[in-house]
Design a protein around this ligand. Structure first.
Ligand code: AR6
Length: 191
């Protein structure tokens, strides 16, 4: 897998766009968090969620079970976020969020924005300095990639002063190139 990284300035913090596997991402193993593109049950799944649970080990699933249900079988409603430790992951924390299912969730744009926003707010409340996002809803949940990239980058921009670094870790070259294009459109390019 080729490894590419681009750094853009996000006011006082840096925005880094990379290709790779988010389950392997970390900065200091202490004040860093990866965001998991989960489902409302929060008990694992495929894609990004599956990779994170596999790398974190069974303690992550046990911690997810301990997150209180807010509805029947629902631990994290669409657009909200929950935090757990990272266990065997190199990153110290996992922020679980749930993006919209495109074509099913009403007002998917607002839900996707909320998923990013609530993840960032929860990270901030937990003194996270470095945070990494996957392309939420861009896999099984079928969100159109171009619009998803615009929402992701414009939402992160609102938190420009709250983190040392915000990363996007994209799984494919296509998503990496799209995120980079959008970031260049929406932010000032520094290096
Ligand atoms: N690192 C970074 N990105 C990844 C990785 C990885 N290891 N694996 C996949 N992706 P998806 P969603 C990319 O389907 O659309 C799960 O089953 C993938 O290529 O993981 O939000 C959950 O349990 C895509 O670009 O999440 C839910 O049921 C992006 O991550 C459901 O899928 C998101 O794809 C959530 O669907």
């Amino acid at each position: 897998m080729t490894f590419k990284v681009a750094t853009l300035s996000l006011s006082s913090s840096a925005l880094k766009i990379k290709r790779g596997d988010i389950s392997q991402w970390f900065v200091d193993g202490f004040s860093d968090a990866i965001v998991n593109s989960a489902n409302e049950k929060m008990l694992g799944g495929g894609g990004c969620d599956g990779a994170i649970h596999r790398a974190a080990g069974p303690e992550l699933l046990e911690a997810c079970y301990r997150v209180p249900e807010v509805g029947f079988g629902i631990r994290c409603p669409t657009g909200e976020a929950r935090i757990t430790p990272g266990f065997k992951l190199p990153a110290s924390h996992v922020i679980h969020t749930v993006g919209p299912i495109y074509g099913v969730t009403i007002n998917p744009e607002a839900s996707l924005r909320s998923a990013y926003k609530n993840s960032l707010s929860l990270a901030k409340a937990n003194n996270i300095q470095y945070i990494a996002f996957p392309a939420i809803s861009c896999g099984l949940y079928c969100y159109p990639h171009e619009e998803a990239a615009t929402i992701a980058i414009s939402t992160v921009k609102e938190f420009a002063n709250d983190f040392k670094e915000v990363h996007f870790v994209l799984f494919t070259d296509d998503l990496y190139n799209l995120w980079l294009k959008k970031a260049r459109e929406l932010l000032s390019f520094s290096s």
